[in-house]
Design a protein around this ligand. Structure first.
Ligand SMILES: Cc1cc2nc3c(=O)[nH]c(=O)nc-3n(C[C@H](O)[C@H](O)[C@H](O)COP(=O)(O)OP(=O)(O)OC[C@H]3O[C@@H](n4cnc5c(N)ncnc54)[C@H](O)[C@@H]3O)c2cc1C
Length: 487
């Protein structure tokens, strides 16, 4: 079977590598000149920056990335972080330890007034994670759209799963209330963590996915030398190793149904005929490639997803001297009132990461969620430039808070607003990270990888299970499974 994969991010490359390994003829089309999409990289002079994703999960033994890499006989060098990140707000500096007991001590020391609530809350979250872990490891595909999906998921069901059924549609707000933690400073900490992983504040997040998100760092969080693009590169190596084609600079503009296959046309009018299409770009991007009855069928199926709100991001890529960075944590969540969600995520290169820079400096990315409604009208250049300079200034203030010894003059500072995400990763309207994982949008309410079109699949962070490189890879695995890969 000849498979055309649209998009060379983590999800698309996962499908390309896994299906190539079982003998399919694969061709992956990537619009940009870099692999990895939101988990890609870019270079400016002597400096290398991760474009989006920086913190690696799923690289532990049995983790999703490890499982796929081992299967493909590929490797990525990662370093386990004992201290995952530092959360900084109201003069508090909370260390997010990988070890559960240490993290619990840290939290209860910071919030002694909520000690009992925090302990019982985490006991419940971690217990629920342990309950669903065997199911989670089978990587079920929701919502069920085929007998194969149901049989695969049912094989992971255990009697004890009955206990978590009532929590299927529960928002985390209810759980926080039950432990006396709603509207507390502790809830703000959870807000920050869940906004980064589930794209929503704690009170609205799905309880079960929050249980996964609040357990996953304890499974292992990793620093990847150079950046997470190494995962994309490993997958791309596998695509070509199994005699697939991986093409950069090939933006697909049109997908048409022909006889019993599909015709893909790129930006320059070059055409390819394939038996099966896998679109690994956001659903809002996929629909724009279609026309006629094919588009109507796709819209009918995904209508409610195409209108779901998503966050944008504003990032600042900055180089600071070693002298102000030494001893600072590699990953930090900083609360700052000037930001839409109140917090930003800072990722700094390690001092001996020669891939990021060989100079006595660090390359740093600071990113924060932005409400794209505030950016309405940004396609007008003057509106964009005004917003860009306002947001750059806000993030500069965040950097000043995070690096108080810094004199305010960076070697290099590059802003990355929604326009940059459209230009470099083709994210429609600059929306990133997938949909908010709330009870009415997640799990059984998520978008399926199976379309109603023949031999046409979708994956990526707008499809179940959602955002993050783990989520993107998982959706790619679902598609690969439907194409005959036993995983
Ligand atoms: C700022 C930021 C920080 C993040 N931090 C983390 C983190 O620390 N850890 C983590 O796990 N996750 C993180 N994420 C999330 C993670 O990066 C993404 O969820 C994941 O990489 C998405 O992968 P994907 O394959 O679904 O899509 P994408 O990464 O969007 O890949 C799609 C690819 O398709 C290409 N493309 C689009 N249209 C076409 C077309 N018509 N033809 C050909 N190619 C096309 C794009 O150029 C892109 O390369 C972060 C995301 C952002 C934005």
């Amino acid at each position: 079977m000849r498979i055309g994969v649209i998009g060379g991010g983590i999800s698309g490359l996962t499908v390309g590598a896994l299906t190539g390994q079982v003998g399919h003829e694969v061709i992956v089309f990537e619009a940009s000149r870099e692999w990895g999409g939101c988990a890609g990289k870019f270079k400016r002079g002597d400096y290398l920056f991760p474009a989006g994703a920086t913190l690696g999960m799923g690289f532990e033994r049995g983790g999703i990335h490890t499982r796929v890499l081992e299967r493909l006989d590929e490797e990525v060098d990662v370093r386990l972080l004992d201290e995952v990140m530092q959360i900084e707000f109201d003069d508090q500096q909370i260390v997010y330890y990988q070890e559960r007991e240490k993290f619990m001590d840290e939290l209860t020391n910071h919030f002694p007034q909520h000690r009992d609530g925090i302990m019982t809350f985490y006991q419940e979250m971690w217990r629920d994670f342990e309950t669903i872990r065997p199911l989670f490891e089978r990587l079920p595909a929701l919502p069920f759209r085929s007998r194969q999906d149901i049989i695969h998921a049912l094989k992971g069901i255990r009697f004890k799963h009955g206990r978590i059924l009532p929590k299927l549609n529960r928002p985390l707000g209810k759980t926080l209330r039950a432990h006396g933690l709603n509207d507390t400073p502790f809830e703000r900490v959870i807000d920050g963590i869940l906004l980064d992983s589930l794209q929503t504040e704690a009170k609205d997040a799905t309880h079960l996915l929050a249980a996964v998100a609040l357990s996953i760092y304890h499974e292992g969080a990793f620093y990847v030398d150079g950046g997470l693009f190494q995962l994309a590169h490993a997958l791309e190596r596998a695509v070509t190793k199994y005699r697939g084609e991986a093409k950069l600079g090939r933006e697909i503009r049109k997908v048409e149904r022909i006889a019993d296959g599909w015709l893909l046309t790129d930006r320059r009018g070059r055409m390819e005929i394939v038996d099966t299409v896998v679109s690994s770009i956001p659903l809002e991007g996929t629909v724009k490639l279609l026309g006629g009855e094919v588009e109507r069928t796709f819209r009918r199926q995904y209508q409610r997803f195409l209108h779901r709100e998503q966050w944008g991001t504003f990032s600042l890529y900055i180089v600071l001297p070693e002298s102000v960075c030494f001893g600072k944590p590699l990953f930090r969540q900083i609360y700052h009132e000037s930001l839409s969600t109140g917090h930003a995520f800072i990722s700094m290169s390690d001092h001996n990461d020669q891939l990021r820079t060989e100079r006595p400096e660090r390359t740093i990315t600071v990113s924060t969620h932005i409400d794209l409604k505030e950016w309405e009208g940004w396609k007008d250049r003057s509106v964009y430039e005004k917003l860009e300079s306002e947001w750059t200034e806000r993030l500069i203030q965040v950097v000043k808070t995070a690096y108080p010894e810094w004199d305010g003059s960076p070697t290099l500072a590059l802003p990355g607003g929604p326009g940059a995400w459209v230009k470099y990763t083709k994210r429609p309207n600059g929306a990133v990270g997938g949909y908010r994982q709330t009870p009415n949008q997640a799990l059984f309410q998520a978008a399926s990888y199976r379309t109603n079109l023949p031999q046409f699949f979708v994956c990526g962070d707008t499809v179940f299970p959602g955002a993050g490189t783990i989520g993107a890879m998982t959706s790619g695995i679902h598609v690969a499974r439907a194409l005959g890969v036993k995983i």
